[in-house]
Design a protein around this ligand. Structure first.
Ligand code: NAP
Length: 279
């Protein structure tokens, strides 16, 4: 019988811990959130993060900019926030409207305020095993595996996806926990043959029902990172949940799995930044 990993409940616990620790600091931690344009999905993400901040006793400073904002104006704002002592973390909601250079924006945020862990400096620190921050989604997955006491050492791990924010760092963190990791992508051949070897299968593709029951070994742990909309507009992951769940030992639902943990790790990263700034 499969155990459903309750990311929502775990995220509540993590955020309570952050709240307790944040309250011990001499100065209340602060997050600056930049939202350019009025993409509805981005607005939902930003308001979710602001709600999390309020729950954790973290101040949030919202900077809403019009879609016509120029690169120079955006970089000038980041420069100002970099120097603001009340701001511990800076988050620029992606994607940015066309014409704005996301890479330049990521590189402009000072690494000690890069709570998303997107800056090359922080990515490098993570890769060499000396992280300042951990990337939120993969770190959230690692926390779920730890909480449910799912062993990684020596086990076959397969990660579907190699993006900079999910797939690649996920493979690195699993390797650092002594998993034997295979990273798959759109050019991978004989995908099902590889996924069937996985003791732990993490999917971050972004395609509805691309992980089917025949791709999953009996007793595997299946972590579904994706956030897709099915043909009825309902939020779902990559995994054909109804068919796959009975084969697994542990599985994350969508919604209520990785998503809430991603948000909780962001709060942990802001706490880390605030501690470092107040040390
Ligand atoms: P992405 O940048 O589009 O990357 C998708 C990856 O999947 C790419 O590496 C791609 O390979 C690979 N891929 C595509 N088709 C494949 C196939 N048939 N078999 C195996 N691999 C395949 O997406 P992302 O930003 O990593 O996000 C992935 C999913 O996670 C999305 O649904 C996103 O919404 C979700 N997400 C969720 C959270 C959360 O908090 N839960 C956070 C971030 C993202 P190539 O590299 O060859 O193109």
């Amino acid at each position: 019988m499969a155990t459903r990993i309750d990311g929502k409940a775990l995220a509540v616990k993590v955020k309570e811990r952050v709240r307790e620790e944040a309250a011990k600091l001499p100065r209340q931690p602060g997050l600056a959130v930049i939202l350019v344009g009025d993409d509805p999905a981005s607005r939902v993400y930003v308001s979710g993060k602001e709600k999390d901040c309020a729950e954790c006793g973290i101040l949030s400073f919202e900077h809403k900019l019009p879609a016509e904002t120029t690169q120079e104006e955006l970089l000038a704002l980041i420069e100002k926030l970099n120097a603001d002592p009340a701001v511990d973390g800076i988050l620029c909601q992606l994607p940015l409207p066309g014409g704005l250079d996301e890479e330049a924006v990521i590189n402009a945020i000072v690494p000690d305020k890069d709570v998303d862990c997107f800056h090359p400096f922080n990515v490098g620190r993570m890769v060499i095993g000396e992280p300042v921050f951990l990337p939120c989604t993969p770190a959230g997955v690692m926390e779920m595996l730890r909480e449910y006491e799912i062993p990684i050492r020596g086990r076959r791990c397969v990660v579907l996806g190699r993006s900079n924010i999910v797939g690649k760092p996920m493979s690195i963190l699993l390797t650092q926990s002594d998993g034997t990791v295979t990273t798959c992508h759109s050019r991978t051949e004989n995908l099902a043959e590889i996924t069937r070897q996985a003791d732990i299968l993490v999917s971050a593709v972004g395609k509805v029902r691309c992980v089917t029951a025949d791709m999953v070994k009996d007793g595997a742990v299946v972590i579904d990172v994706a956030m897709n909309r099915d043909e009825n507009g309902k939020l779902c992951g990559d995994v054909d949940f109804a068919a796959v769940e009975p084969k697994t030992s542990y599985i994350t639902p969508v919604p209520g799995g990785v998503g809430p943990m991603t948000r909780a790790v962001l709060m942990e990263n802001i706490l880390t930044a605030a501690r470092n700034h107040q040390a």
